[in-house]
Design a protein around this ligand. Structure first.
Ligand code: SAM
Length: 283
């Protein structure tokens, strides 16, 4: 009979890795580790076929997901980790997979990973909660499209994942839903309870998979679309003519030009409406 839990590689179990390198989780770095290698391999599989791809991983920590990505055949993994304490554990993984794992130490918000990656690129990460949404917004709003990535497979707090896939009219609908739907197909592909992590966070998590569209669904300038959605949803209970007053002196006329009722609220405006508004504002 096959064993209930099979090893995905010849390296030692993650609990031993963590004990050997003294990797006590730090709250300030959003450290909630995945120690079940079968689970990390399952998350890696949600990203699709990795064998012909370079993978960018943000926040590898002790390397559970990194090992899953390598076991699933990723051509190369570039792992960006802020916590220097994790580097020896990651070096052990690199040594077991010669030439396939490159580790860069630093803050993912400050490092440009593109110099080290060859397309096609998939991004797979159990993101630190404090930089997760900022990274997602950056990946969705470069000035040129298509972006460097083909897909994003990302772990978020479940509530954030629901905001990314939310429909207009729902409470969760906001800037993230508009930006994600504008340039990508997004769906929640896995739910994880707090107990899946060490230490367990307070809330449930979910893995979201986004694939980049060849072109945005509607034309708009990314910077303007971001600004207008941020302003509209920052004051989501207000009418748009009030919430967006700071963006243009003649905001009522701009809203009308975009075909949007100036007394409407942000959560009722479709993606198409926000793109029309961004174009009218840019004019
Ligand atoms: N991937 C590991 C796993 O699944 O077990 C760890 C995930 S943990 C939620 C987030 C990781 O991101 C931690 O290892 C943390 O040190 C790292 N991290 C936090 N802020 C970071 C930043 N600004 N840039 C890069 N890594 C960061």
């Amino acid at each position: 009979m096959a064993p209930a839990v099979s090893a995905i590689d010849d390296l030692r179990p993650l609990r031993e890795v963590i004990a050997a390198h003294g990797l006590r989780a730090k709250k300030s770095l959003g450290q909630n580790f995945l120690l079940d290698l079968n689970l990390t391999a399952k998350i890696a599989r949600q990203a699709g076929d990795l064998t012909a791809c370079d993978v960018l991983e943000i926040g590898p920590g002790p390397g559970g997901l990194t090992r899953g990505l390598l076991a699933e055949g990723a051509r190369k993994v570039l792992a960006v980790e802020k916590d220097v304490r994790c580097l020896p554990a990651l070096e052990e993984i690199a040594a077991a997979h010669p030439g396939r794992l490159q580790v860069v130490q630093g803050d993912a918000l400050r490092i440009d990973p593109l110099a080290h990656l060859t397309p096609p690129v998939r991004v797979v990460a159990n993101l630190p909660y404090n930089v997760g949404t900022e990274l997602l917004v950056r990946w969705l709003t470069p000035s040129d499209w298509p972006p460097f990535w083909q897909s994003l497979t990302l772990m978020f707090q479940r509530e954030v994942a629901q905001r990314i896939v939310a429909e207009p009219g729902s409470k969760a609908y906001g800037r993230l839903a508009v930006l994600a739907r504008w340039r990508a197909d997004a769906q929640i592909v896995m739910d994880l309870p707090p107990e899946a992590f060490t230490p367990p966070p307070k809330v449930s998590s979910a893995v979201i998979h986004l694939t980049a569209l060849p072109e945005p669904r509607y034309p708009a300038d990314p910077e303007v679309l971001q600004r207008v959605t941020a302003a509209a949803f920052n004051q989501r209970r207000k009418m748009l003519r009030a919430a967006l007053r700071g963006l243009a002196p003649n905001i009522v006329a701009v809203l009308q030009e975009a075909g949007i009722d100036p007394t409407a609220r942000a959560e009722t405006v479709s993606l198409e409406g926000f793109c029309a508004l961004a174009r009218a504002l840019a004019r």
